[in-house]
Design a protein around this ligand. Structure first.
Ligand SMILES: [Zn+2]
Ligand SMILES: [Zn+2]
Length: 115
C-alpha cells in the first residue's frame, strides 16, 4: 500500500486515501432494516476454511429477545481475526447495533464479550 492509497477493509480494493471516506460510505450506508450495507471481512482466501460444526452462529439479545444469525462469511472472518470487529453487533429485534455485552450465543450461552 502506498502513502496515498489504502486497502478497503470491506471490499479489499485499493482506494485513494483522501477519498476513502467517500468510498466507505457505500459500505456503511444503512439498509432499511438499520443494518450497514457491508461489514468488514477478510479476503476469501484468508477466511477460516474448516467445518463450522459446533461453531456458534446465532446470538440472542436479552433486552428484546430476538435471535440474529451471523452470516457465514463474517463467521469465517471472525474465527481468524476476531479483533476485526467492533464491540457492537447487529440485532434484528432492535434493528440496531447493540454491545456485545448484551448478547450471547444461543448454542453455547457464552457472551460475545470474549472477543
Ligand atoms: Zn470498499
Ligand atoms: Zn435486540
Amino acid at each position: 500500500m502506498g502513502l496515498f492509497t489504502k486497502e478497503c477493509p470491506f471490499c479489499h480494493h485499493t482506494v485513494f486515501r483522501p477519498l476513502y471516506w467517500l468510498h466507505e460510505r457505500r459500505h456503511t450506508k444503512l439498509l432499511d432494516d438499520g443494518q450497514m450495507t457491508d461489514h468488514y471481512e477478510l479476503r476469501e482466501e484468508d477466511r477460516y476454511k474448516g467445518s463450522l460444526e459446533g461453531v456458534p452462529q446465532v446470538y440472542h439479545h436479552e433486552k428484546c429477545g430476538a435471535q440474529t444469525g451471523m452470516p457465514e462469511d463474517i463467521i469465517r472472518s471472525y474465527l481468524v481475526k476476531p479483533d476485526l470487529y467492533s464491540p457492537y453487533t447487529f440485532c434484528v429485534g432492535c434493528n440496531d447495533y447493540v454491545p456485545h455485552s448484551e448478547v450471547s450465543w444461543v448454542e453455547t450461552g457464552e457472551s460475545l464479550m470474549f472477543i
